[in-house]
Design a protein around this ligand. Structure first.
Ligand code: ZN
Length: 226
């Protein structure tokens, strides 16, 4: 049993608590605001299942942090951002709280804009002596935002939440070449439809492969830091 449906007694003695860290932000015309939160939760769920047999006390996936640092999407309705400082503080307090009853916390980050907050929280908590790590929901060759990668993942995980008829290409310039314009004017300045990438060709089968690759990457990263 996962997320909010467990009782206190059922999570007592848990070894590893995984916290999905997502966002609530525009994902183009065809994907829901909660895409990053849903993907991070799925990666955390699969990761927990893969880790469980090797962890004394097992794993529990906590309810996700659904608000992140999404200022670059703020000009699109629906975007709800709390910013880097608030997110970092939330993560610090969550880790301190969880660590009163679990051995280790793993933050599973589903949104690039959260990176500074996630890294900062892990650094501070490690300094305070807590056993905490973070993993990205990353895969080689992914496009940036609401493109083929995220559309495929959502077609696999939550097909009812995808509006395929509304999917259209966005700005396909590599993000590293867009950074000055993104910093100055946010996503809207480079992509009127909010998409950075091209959802054309996305499929549930590809999403299934991408999810597996993300989980493999997270496991490898945890093995290195374990
Ligand atoms: Zn996203």
């Amino acid at each position: 049993m996962q997320h909010v449906q467990v009782t206190s007694a059922e999570v007592a003695g848990t070894g590893v608590v995984l916290v999905p860290v997502g966002s609530t932000e525009q994902h183009g015309p065809h994907l829901p605001l909660g895409t990053d939160t849903l993907v991070a939760t799925a990666v955390a769920d699969t990761l927990a299942a893969r880790l469980a047999s090797d962890v004394a006390g097992g794993c529990w996936v906590a309810p996700p942090v659904a608000y992140g640092s999404s200022g670059e999407h703020q000009s699109f309705p629906g975007t709800l951002s709390v910013g880097t400082d608030v997110l970092r503080t939330v993560l610090v307090e969550l880790v301190r709280s969880a660590r009163t009853w679990c051995d280790r916390v793993v933050l599973v980050n589903g949104h690039g804009g959260n990176l500074e907050a996630v890294r900062g929280a892990v650094e501070q908590m490690t300094y305070e002596g807590h056993r905490v790590d973070w993993v990205p929901c990353a895969v080689a060759g992914a496009d940036a935002h609401a493109g083929r990668t995220e559309t495929s993942l959502m077609l696999h995980l939550h097909p009812d939440a995808v509006r395929p008829a509304l999917a259209e290409p966005g700005c396909t310039t590599p993000v590293r070449d867009l950074l000055p314009a993104l910093r100055a004017g946010g996503v809207a300045a480079v992509s009127p439809n909010g998409v950075l990438g091209d959802p054309t060709g996305a499929s549930a089968a590809e999403g299934e492969r991408l999810l597996a690759a993300m989980v493999d990457g997270a496991l490898a990263r945890l093995a290195v830091v374990a």
